[in-house]
Write a protein that binds this ligand. Structure first.
Ligand code: ATP
Ligand code: MG
Length: 444
């Protein structure tokens, strides 16, 4: 990156809205502890950005000129972590305050700068310490490079972040294409902040997004998995998804899903995935928990359905078709985005879909005690919106769940004799060719 002339705008305490009362007390105490020990200590990143936007920050990151070992010795509750970025975690019960040391800005023209890079310019590790100005220039977006200084409560702006925040702009610091090459995850971050904060991406920062998606193939699947969770569990999943598709980034994360979606363009607004993401956003808005397995089950549902259908057409029994399809879809996905831990739950959500068709006898009563029943039922409810057979089933289960034990037993009685009406009748219609009509099938 080109060397920038040092330029600093200081926004004194009376001219900005950040008060110590709006910062987590633990982060304030870390800042003061560093300050009293003679180090510089600032809040930086999302915490400062969100407070200036009047939003509640997710977490508070602290930066200092103390080196990781010095931080470690200063706090009894500190732990050093990270290889790519070596930093300290200071733990207060459930809350962790991340404390990093100021780092130097990366300079691709300087091979001796101590920054480890791949042949293509991607930064592999950068533990080169620097000044606060250098630390500002190596950050991703201008709005993420603002510092709240505990020494005088001022906000320090080295990169024009305040003006961009006021204009509602996401702008990469430095040359956009180069910064994306250094770390392609910045493309996903641009999209994430645009969707979550409702900001616009500055045109120069936006332009490369359309054609640099392929760089994501270099990123370890585990890192992309973390990023996917942040993209879709931040409360703006639907909008994030639409932007990712708009910039043709989604296909580099979930290639099989992208292929299915682009084939079914006319059904797009009705896909289960779109509905699932809307549902996840509503749950997050209501402070309800969202299981990452549910997200991944929805993200990979379209290719799973296609694979399963394909195998059924080849004459494979339904149960085997489903098992093989699950294995295939999972194997094809993991080189791109690793599945979150406990991805067994995702399998179970899928595997329970056919079991939900078994609505007579003791099975339904047993099934509701299954630890994954709720997730599988929620998934069925989503499927119901585009699939007639699933709609019938989901209505049945919804009624069933509202009843007491006796009512449930009555509902699960098999149909008896003529003339006695028993609901619901299982439809035995041949499967239609419509892509929205893949019925769940009974277990083998
Ligand atoms: P949030 O925590 O709300 O998701 P954030 O901006 O705090 O947003 P973090 O991932 O917590 O995001 O990162 C903290 C800060 O570290 C960022 O604000 C940014 O300054 C810097 N940063 C994070 N990732 C990168 C990156 N890939 N390249 C450059 N700087 C980064
Ligand atoms: Mg953060």
């Amino acid at each position: 990156m080109e060397a920038q002339p040092p330029s600093l705008t200081v926004i004194p305490r009376p001219q900005h809205a950040i008060s110590r009362a709006s910062i987590s007390p633990n982060a304030v105490s870390v800042l003061y502890h560093l300050h009293r020990a003679g180090y510089r200590a600032c809040l930086v990143g999302g915490g400062v950005r969100d407070l200036l936007l009047g939003r509640e920050p997710k977490d508070f990151d602290v930066v200092t000129d103390a080196k990781p070992e010095q931080i470690y010795h200063l706090f009894r509750n500190a732990r050093l972590i990270g290889r790519r970025f070596r930093l300290a975690h200071v733990r207060f019960g459930q809350e962790i305050v991340e404390v990093a040391t100021f780092r130097a800005c990366s300079d691709v023209d300087n091979e001796d700068d101590g920054i480890e890079r791949a042949a293509n310019g991607r930064i592999l590790s950068d533990n080169v310490y620097g000044t606060i100005e250098e630390d500002a220039w190596r950050r991703d977006f201008t709005i993420n490079a603002l510092y709240y200084d505990i020494a005088n409560f001022a906000v320090l702006d080295y990169v024009g972040g305040i003006a961009d925040l006021e204009a509602g702009l996401i702008r990469l610091i430095g040359d956009p294409a180069q910064r994306y090459h250094e770390d392609p995850v910045r493309m996903l971050r641009a999209v994430r902040f645009a969707a979550k904060l409702g900001l616009r991406i500055d045109p120069a920062t936006e332009a490369p997004l359309h054609h640099l998606g392929h760089l994501l193939a270099q990123i370890p699947p585990a890192r992309l998995s973390d990023e996917v969770l942040k993209l879709f569990m931040g409360g703006s999943a639907l909008q994030t998804f639409e932007l990712l598709r708009h910039y043709r980034l989604f296909g580099w994360l979930f290639p099989a899903t992208e292929r299915c979606l682009s084939r079914q363009q006319q059904h797009y607004p009705k896909t289960l995935l779109v509905r699932a993401l809307g549902d996840i956003d509503r749950r997050i808005a209501d402070n309800l928990p969202v299981n990452p397995a549910f997200l991944f089950a929805a993200l990979m549902w379209e290719p799973l359905r296609e694979q399963q259908h394909h195998r059924q057409e080849q004459g494979l029994p339904d149960h085997e078709a489903l098992q093989e399809a699950i294995d295939d879809v999972v194997q094809a996905q993991i080189p791109h985005v690793a599945l979150p831990r406990r991805c067994n739950t995702m399998r179970e959500i899928w595997e329970m879909q056919p079991r939900l068709t078994q609505i007579t006898g003791k099975r339904p009563l047993r099934l509701i005690t299954h630890p994954r029943f709720r997730a599988a039922y929620d998934f069925l409810v989503l499927r119901a919106e585009t699939d007639e057979a699933a709609a019938e089933l989901s209505e049945w289960w919804t009624r069933f769940l509202r009843l007491d034990e006796a009512g449930r037993v009555a509902m699960t009685q098999p149909p008896k004799g003529k003339g006695k009406k028993s609901k619901p009748r299982r439809r035995r219609k041949p499967r239609s060719a419509s892509p929205d009509d893949v019925r769940p099938t009974p277990d083998a």
